[in-house]
Design a protein around this ligand. Sequence first.
Ligand code: GTB
Length: 216
Amino acid sequence: MSPTITAFEQSPDRGRGLARDMRVRWALEEVGQPYNVRLLSFAAMREPAHLALHPFGQIPTYEEDDLALFESGSIVLHIAQRHGGLLPAGANARARAITWMFAALNTVEPPIVDLQIARIMEGDQPWYEQRLPLVQARLHKRLGELSGCLGHADWLDGAFSAGDLLMVSVLLRAKAAGILSEHPKLAAYVARGEARPAYKRAFDAQLAVFTAASAR
Ligand code: GTB
C-alpha cells in the first residue's frame, strides 16, 4: 500500500512549498514512491483522530501499513532508509549524510525560524528594534558557516542526499524571507535543489492543493 501523508487543506504560504509536508513529498518523489495525501483543516488537526497520529496536532504525518510517524526529519529518514537514492551505500558516507540531516533541522532551521518569529510576532514589542539585529546576526553567522562548508561543491558531501534535501528545504524558508541574497553560494545551492525534477513534481502537487482550494 502506498503511504499516506497529511498536509494543510489551506496552507498559509498559499502553496509556495514552505510547509513541512513539502520535504516529505520531495523525498517520496526522489525515491519514486507514490503516495496519498490527506488534507486537514486547522480544526481537524486538533481532533482526537489526528492527535492519535501526531501528539502536537501538526502536519506532516506519515502512515504506511501499521507504521505511523510524525516529525518531518524522521519521516524523510525513514523514506531514505526504505528506498534507494537518498543515502549513500557506504556506512561512513551514510552517517555523514544523516549528520547533515540533523544539522539542517537542529542547527540551521532554528535561527531561520527565530528570525521569522521575530518579524511576524514580535514587531509590536518595545524591545523589537534592539533584538532584531541580534537575531539577524546569529542567522547570517550560521549561513556564512554553512556557505563555507559547501564551498564550490554542488552538494554538501558528494552526491545529492537526504542531507541536501533537508538543508535545501530549510533554506527555502530563508530564501522566501529574502535572507539568502547575502549568501550567493547558498542561493545557487537552493536553486540546484529546486531544479531537480522530483522537487518540481512535489512543488506542483502541493501548489495544486492551494489552487483547487482557491477555485472553490
Ligand atoms: N518539527 C516538526 C516537523 O518537522 O515535522 C514541526 C511540524 C510543524 O511545524 N508543522 C506545522 C504545523 O502543523 C506546519 S509546517 N503547524 C500548525 C500548528 O502547529 O498548529 C510550519 C509552517 C507553516 C506555515 C508556513 N508558511 O505558511 O510559510 C511555513 C511553515
